[in-house]
Design a protein around this ligand. Structure first.
Ligand SMILES: [Mg+2]
Length: 445
């Protein structure tokens, strides 16, 4: 199998879609992490009666990593292998020894909730498992590990730790995250996070390259239908996209879907709602029937993939089953796993962590590099759960959209490794093959 490789040929797709945050739009990860960390702590102290000493704690960037899993009731943080065993763990901020991991999770180093997530991530998305566990899948979630760990330390100091299974920190932190990101709190200025973003977007959002904007236009000039699909509500998406892509961002795509509620967007049949494009608001009561075509050039809210796919296929003069779609995204479950596993997309994963291998002067090295947790992709010689998902569900994994946009859309990307890391995999993954349940196409010899 090691002679197999993956490739990406944009010309075989009719429809090309993009996530916004962390994909077309990059953040200053240092400023963003500080902002989110401070906002979450402040919420816990002001609204959940955590002692003010929580505010005195400092953010240790080395403790942050995308993709960690919180075991809420035990107060633990876990890093998982591609087979769902626990590679590393902490209780609060204290790293657990191998003996401690085995004492808590058994010789197999497994937690049943984590195993269920690994086998079927959507089964644990809502419902009881989501009250015990959270996977920190993107840079909006990533700083919550530090807040969680420091809050657990404080609870232990006040009330004692030692094998408890009733920590309430996670539900409190979930409320803090909801408060930060609930869409109403942008309009009403109640969230410290949104308030800071609105006051100084240029501090947090990096401008996209001219090359990327040019490449987006080339795709459309070649007859591809393009769409932007974001979980952000239209008002916040407009703020960030204006800073990254320019004031004319809306006209860079054939369709724009906001407040999309991924991964449900891909799997369910929720109606689209219209958006007042001047006022940047979803129009209440404007649900569009599931059988109606959408109109190109417009911004929508909520919705579902089936209807968007049908609409674009018609514009292409094709049957939807022949209108092939590619999606670019950074959230491995929402953007990569779900559209590939549950729909017939191909996907490209964006992982800024690849910059750590590619650029010695990568500007957010201090944020993404972690001695505490080891690499996002591999720990020792064991691939992480995320390398496994990338290998099995992504056509390619690159550090940024600029990596793709530096070539003409007609040029193919040929991977030297079957796992799909481009231009090169982390050294230890060079000769491994993680694609035992590969779901895409185009793996050639
Ligand atoms: Mg994203």
């Amino acid at each position: 199998m090691n002679s197999l490789r993956k490739e990406l040929d944009l010309m075989v797709y009719d429809i090309i879609g993009f996530d916004l945050d962390g994909t077309l739009l990059r953040y200053d990860l240092f400023e963003m992490s500080m902002l989110i960390y401070d906002a979450l702590k402040q919420y816990l102290v002001e609204n959940k009666n955590y002692p003010p000493e929580l505010l005195e704690q400092k953010l240790d960037m080395d403790f942050l990593q995308k993709g960690l899993m919180l075991d809420g009731s035990r107060g633990n943080i876990l890093k998982l292998s591609n087979e769902a065993s626990i590679l590393r763990a902490s209780h609060g901020t204290r790293r657990l020894s191998d003996e401690e991991i085995v004492a808590i999770y058994g010789n197999e180093r497994r937690w049943d909730v984590a195993t269920a997530f690994c086998n079927d991530p959507l089964s644990t998305w809502n419902g009881p498992a989501s009250n015990q566990m959270r996977t920190l899948l993107d840079y909006f979630d990533m700083p919550s590990a530090m807040v969680f760990a420091q809050a657990v330390d404080i609870v232990d100091k006040d009330e004692g730790g030692g094998g408890r299974r009733d920590y309430k920190v996670w539900p409190d932190l979930l409320d803090a995250l909801m408060h930060n990101y609930t869409r109403d709190n942008f309009a009403n200025d109640q969230s410290l996070y949104f308030k800071a973003m609105r006051a100084e977007p240029q501090r947090y959002v990096l401008p996209s390259s001219g090359k990327l904007l040019e490449w987006l236009q080339q795709l459309r000039a070649m007859g591809k239908k393009t769409f932007l699909l974001t979980g952000s509500n239209i008002d916040f998406a407009n703020l960030t996209a204006t800073h990254a892509l320019g004031p004319d961002w809306q006209h860079q795509f054939d369709f724009i879907g906001t407040y999309a509620k991924k991964p449900g967007f891909f799997t369910q049949q929720r109606p689209f709602l219209r958006v007042d494009e001047e006022a940047k608001q979803e129009l209440p009561g404007s649900e569009i029937s599931l059988q109606t075509d959408l109109q190109a050039g417009h911004i929508y809210s909520q919705g579902n993939w089936h209807q968007l796919h049908q609409t674009m296929a018609k514009l292409l003069g094709k049957d939807a089953s022949n209108a092939r779609a590619l999606y670019f995204g950074d959230n491995i479950i929402q953007d990569i796993y779900t559209p590939v596993k549950h729909r017939d997309f191909d996907t490209v994963a964006i992982a800024e962590e690849l910059f750590l291998l590619e650029q010695s002067d990568y500007q957010f090295r201090s944020v993404l590099n972690s001695k505490f947790w080891d690499s996002y992709f591999i720990s020792g010689n064991t691939p992480t759960i995320w390398s496994g998902f990338i290998a099995n569900y992504a056509q390619l994994c690159v550090s940024s959209m600029d990596q793709i946009a530096q070539k003409s859309p007609q040029e193919r990307f040929i991977c030297t490794n079957v796992n799909g890391f481009y231009p090169a995999p982390p050294e230890q993954l060079e000769y491994s093959n993680l694609t035992s349940s590969w779901h895409g196409g185009n793996v050639g010899a």
